[in-house]
Design a binder for this molecule. Structure first.
Ligand code: BGC
Length: 719
């Protein structure tokens, strides 16, 4: 029987309660007797009144619950098992913000592939990832989960992640259906405060926040999750124009829309629904197929139907989408296909190798004065200090899926393994968050006689991710006291201090960064964190990660991002009446794309062709990259464009391509970056994409620091 025929037959046969079951997702909780459906019972699976479950881990559990549905329920419709799997399942890769800094789509895809294989082997069929919110405000903790500040990076990452999770076909036993979230604009919450409402212009929505979702849809993403938040008066959960017109009609998305956790019920708090019935009706009308955790569809839609607020055709349309997804996932053919074969042990070894490589390449070397790094092959004694130096669970970062707290390599462990002949000593000094300074003395004692101090500071994993907005982006607890004491003691003894900064966002710690001899942004690197850091610290691997969020020097600069629009009064140092602060520089501490390597790269000879481009052309930029340093290293090069005169103002810089090359000392290569000319379209005065004739500046260089970019120009020709 063809899939649609089967779905028609099922729909004919389903009671309203069974239909609403398919539109309901409930979380598994844990009781002493094992996993339970929160506030419900296994009866819901037997009666077909819950068709989707989140947060159940373990193939045995998944299969025993699946059995209830497919063996005991009337229509035997399989259950869809879902989980937030953002950067690994058991083997954790770096958090997405860190991994974004690789600027390597093949790697982005490879980690998603490995993740899908691990999770599918445990019976999971849907992940709530990738998270595609373009984040320009580091106060917002969820910046950690996504691609950073740039829509182009978001687009490239969206496509790679969707392809990686979903493989060639969802019916394969090692794939997961992906969910693009959170549609759309969530990262722009007012003042970076979690769950707050936001305002966005239609132009910013189209230029900045929508493109990654469009790319995910183009790559065939199976599901989309709207954000919790209110966008200019309408919560996304009830946003008909954005969900029905933009997402479904304009972008052509025909997959499943799943609400965020309890978001349908939250329409009451938002103040646009008087009761659960209205909330359910608003969400369904807007196009939400699955109600996650609110139970509003199950309880509210029968009454909404009676009241005439929704129609049965609308219910059926959503049920059809859910059944189609289950069909595409192969669940009707064999509901136990995922989780029947455990992964071979070699797969986890391979995942660990991949995790180590990706983690090492995610590390961003922010500073390295007087060639402090690398440490060299055999320092005699190292002091590895700080509360994050030996903290396995913290290495996971937010959203650790099925990874237990233990088993993630710490910096202390990684360095000991990498340097067997070195005396590596450790003291935490202070806890991550509290004010206890009693351990500082012990940490200071280890500075004496050390060849170098590796000081591991930063946020706890739970300080970023969801519900982790911060108004102060400095070091929590007493870490600043520890840092000051260590810097003073070590420097007094002539010992260099390398700071390893763990965080889910840029931290505003300019004083620390200025005083340290070298600083590595380690984000949260996952299961192989310590080995990867040891690889970079010892020089086995040159750092090559780049920051995909502009790094502020002061809280007052936030939100801060490189793709600003011009001011009518551009900054001039000798003119107060230009765009500026009177008490702080405009420049960030580190621009978008910043990240040092152990090489020294020089770029020259930028050539751009053709000099006149039509919409169908491919523009190619060639640039010579030369490693003038003493070590082999990988350099990433960015191509930005600037449309100087257009019918609407255009950003000062816009990323349109990136590429990397690895070079030995003295080696030179030509790097070619290609941009389809149609990618220079932008929303015109009426917000429809236009390709406007005129001059375009092409700027190529190592990051968004205008002073370091080579420039060439070309003309766009409409003909
Ligand atoms: C988050 C989502 C997540 C969902 C399910 C929500 O609180 O906002 O990103 O997918 O929970 O865990």
């Amino acid at each position: 029987m063809g899939a649609e025929v089967k779905i028609d037959a099922l729909l004919e046969n389903m009671t309203l309660a069974e239909k609403l079951g398919q539109l309901t997702m409930t979380a598994a909780g844990h009781a002493v007797t094992g996993p339970v459906i929160a506030g419900d019972s296994v009866e819901a699976l037997r009666t077909g009144t819950v068709g989707n479950v989140l947060n159940l881990i373990g193939a045995d559990h998944v299969h025993s619950w699946q059995r209830l549905a497919v063996e005991e329920s009337r229509l035997r419709i399989p259950v869809l098992f879902a989980l937030d799997i953002l950067h690994g399942y058991r083997t954790l890769f770096p958090i997405p913000l860190a991994e974004a800094g690789l600027f390597d789509p093949a790697m982005w895809m490879a980690t998603a592939r490995a993740t899908a294989a691990e999770a599918a082997a445990d019976g999971i069929a849907l992940t709530f990832a990738p998270m595609l919110d373009v984040a320009r405000d580091p106060r917002w903790g969820r910046a950690a989960e996504g691609p950073g500040e740039d829509p182009w990076v978001g687009r490239c990452m969206a496509a790679a992640k969707v392809r990686g999770f979903q493989g060639g076909s969802l019916a394969r036993t090692d794939t997961l259906a992906a969910t693009a979230k959170h549609f759309v604009g969530y990262a722009a919450v007012t003042a970076g405060r979690e769950y707050a409402a936001l305002e966005l212009s239609e132009r910013t929505l189209r230029e900045v926040h929508l493109p990654p979702f469009a790319a995910a849809v183009e790559a065939g993403v199976a599901a989309v999750m709207p954000a919790f938040t209110d966008l200019a008066g309408l919560p996304l959960t009830a946003h008909r124009p954005l969900l029905r017109e933009t997402l479904r009609q304009r972008l052509g998305f025909d997959g499943v829309i799943v609400s965020d956790y309890n978001a349908v019920a939250e329409l009451l708090e938002h103040g646009i629904a008087a009761d659960e019935v209205e909330a359910a009706a608003l969400a369904l009308k807007a196009g939400i197929d699955i109600d996650m955790m609110a139970g509003a569809y199950r309880r509210g839609l029968p009454i909404a139907l009676q009241r005439g607020l929704v129609t049965m055709a609308e219910v059926d349309e959503s049920v059809r989408r859910v059944l189609r997804l289950k069909e595409r996932l192969g669940l009707f053919d064999d509901p136990f296909r995922r989780g029947s074969q455990s992964l071979p042990a070699s797969a986890s070894v391979e995942s660990r190798h991949l995790a180590r490589e990706v983690a090492a390449r995610s590390i961003v070397m922010l500073t390295n004065t007087r060639d402090t790094l690398p440490l060299g092959p055999s320092p005699k004694r190292l002091a590895v200090l700080g509360p994050l130096a030996d903290a396995s669970a913290e290495m996971r970062g937010p959203w650790w899926a099925a990874a237990p707290p233990e088993g993630h390599v710490t910096v202390f462990e990684g360095l000991r393994a990498a340097l067997p002949a070195t005396e590596v000593r450790h003291a935490p000094g202070v806890p991550i968050e509290d004010a206890d300074t009693s351990g500082i003395a012990q940490a200071l004692a280890l500075c004496d006689g050390a060849d170098a101090v590796v000081l591991c500071l930063g946020e706890a994993a739970v300080m970023c991710g969801e519900a982790a907005s911060r108004a102060h982006l400095d070091l929590p607890g007493a870490q600043r006291s520890l840092a000051e004491a260590v810097l003073e003691r070590a420097h007094a003894r002539g010992v260099r201090v390398i700071v390893v900064l763990f965080s889910g966002r840029p931290l505003v710690v300019p004083g620390l960064i200025a005083r340290a001899d070298a600083v590595l942004a380690a984000w949260f690197l996952g299961s192989e964190a310590g080995n990867a850091l040891a690889d970079v610290l010892t020089g086995r691997i040159s750092p090559s990660g780049r920051t995909t969020m502009t790094w502020p020097r002061a809280m007052g600069q936030i939100p801060i991002f490189y793709a600003e629009r011009p001011s009518g009064r551009p900054f001039a140092s000798d003119n107060r009446y230009t765009t500026r602060y009177i008490d702080e520089a405009n420049e960030p501490l580190f621009p978008f794309g910043h990240g040092l390597t152990y090489g020294t790269f020089a770029l020259s000879g930028l050539r751009v062709a053709p000099s006149v481009a039509r919409e169908g052309d491919i523009i190619e930029a060639h640039v010579e990259v030369r490693n003038e340093g003493r070590r082999r290293a990988r350099e990433t090069v960015f191509l930005f464009v600037r449309d100087k005169v257009a019918s609407v103002t255009r950003p000062l810089l816009e990323l349109r391509a990136f590429g990397s090359v690895t070079l030995d000392p003295g080696e030179q290569a030509t790097l070619t970056l290609a941009v389809p000319a149609h990618e220079l379209r932008f929303p015109g005065p009426k917000l429809e994409p236009i390709f406007e004739p005129g001059e375009i500046e092409v700027l190529v260089g190592p990051g968004a620091d205008r002073k370091r970019l080579l420039a060439a120009t070309l003309r766009l020709d409409a003909g």
